[in-house]
Design a binder for this molecule. Structure first.
Ligand code: PMV
Length: 345
């Protein structure tokens, strides 16, 4: 019996969120905080899911008949998590022409990050479960993983679109391919931005009350109300992203910080910045941060801070924590999704 383990890093958006939904480029990177998924095929056609630490869910094990969801889950985020897992299995089986309800899976999902704060947990779960299912059914081989990363990323993107209604390829492509990426959603493609230095960055989050889907919808309403102004904001974000790519390559932190602050203001204009993040941005900039920006869909959730050097970075980490926000990482990550197989016989 095969047991497949998938380790998928989460991600942070550096520049270009929301505009990327409308075809503009974005920059995102994986971070060194992973979601671990493991799974095996089982005899009964049910999906048994064990959720370990990190997720706001009361039941730790849920058994779902393939044609009937028998659990009563009233928590929105828990339902959301199951939605990604079940859709990932469906998308995998459809891609492989596996007849519906013919297979059963036992899946364990483990995360130290909560879902829905803008750090790509849903993308990591989508990419992780779909690749686990493909491997269990011999749809991909570990020896060919490098050639198959784009195929996995596209399937994971499909899962996010089905569950959320609307999603860019940014999160799913970044977590699958890994590292610092320039995302061009219309192709779709996520090319690596190769840098050989560490960015003095802080990645943190505060509580978020709205889902990504709700925030995308809110921005869409704005578009319907003031079309031309909205287009100008998106064009400006697109220009910021292109300038940020150049600044990253040139290791120009001053410009990078300035661009983060301008991108943050554009997110404010789109109504995606919470009062808590306004306060954080103001305080951290006064304390020496070069740039502070809401990251991801907004309404609270993830944010990034750029320090001028590592000493100031350490001081700013303490300040972020003193203000009640959580620090997730003080570095970006180079890797993407990793798979291993164990023979449990
Ligand atoms: O908050 P997150 O990680 O779900 O990020 C969403 C980023 C958006 O650009 C708003 C949506 C997307 O699909 O790219």
């Amino acid at each position: 019996m095969k047991r497949v383990k998938v380790k998928v890093p989460t991600k942070v958006t550096l520049f270009g969120e929301h505009a990327v939904v409308y075809g503009f480029p974005a920059i995102a990177s994986t971070i060194p905080v992973s979601i671990n998924i493991s799974g095996r095929l089982i005899d009964r056609p049910v999906i048994a899911i064990e959720i370990k630490q990190g997720f706001p869910i009361t039941a730790t094990t849920v058994i779902i008949d393939r044609d009937y969801v028998s659990v009563d889950l009233d928590q929105r985020r828990a339902k959301n998590l199951l939605g990604y897992i079940l859709t990932a299995i469906d998308v995998c089986e459809q891609a492989m022409d596996i007849p519906k309800l013919s297979k059963g899976y036992s899946i364990t999902v483990e995360s130290s990050l909560p879902m829905g704060v803008g750090l790509g947990t849903s993308a990591a779960i989508s990419a992780g479960v779909v690749s686990m299912c493909l491997l269990l059914n011999n749809g991909i081989a570990i020896s060919n993983l490098e050639d198959q990363r784009y195929d996995i990323a596209k399937l994971a993107w499909n899962i996010e679109r089905i569950v959320q209604g609307s999603a860019s390829p940014m999160d799913t492509f970044t977590v699958t391919l890994g590292g610092l990426r320039f995302i061009e959603p219309l192709i779709p493609r996520a090319t690596s931005i190769d840098i050989d230095y560490g960015i003095p960055i802080i990645i943190g989050y505060t509580d978020r009350r709205s889902s990504t889907a709700e925030l995308i919808q809110k921005v869409r309403h704005l578009k319907d109300r003031s079309r031309e102004i909205f287009d100008d904001i998106l064009n400006t974000i697109g220009r910021i992203v292109n300038e940020a790519k150049k600044a990253l390559i040139a290791q120009d932190f001053e410009t990078l910080g300035l661009l983060m602050n301008i991108n943050h203001s554009m997110l404010q204009a789109l109504g995606a910045v919470s009062p808590e993040h306004d306060m954080l941005a103001h305080t951290l900039r006064r304390a020496g941060a070069l740039g502070v920006k809401t990251s991801g869909a907004g309404g609270g959730g993830a944010f990034i801070v750029l320090a001028p050097n590592h000493e100031t970075q350490t001081m700013l980490v303490r300040l972020v924590e003193a203000m009640g926000a959580k620090v997730v990482s003080d570095t970006l990550y180079h890797g993407g999704l990793e798979i291993s197989v164990q023979d449990t016989n």
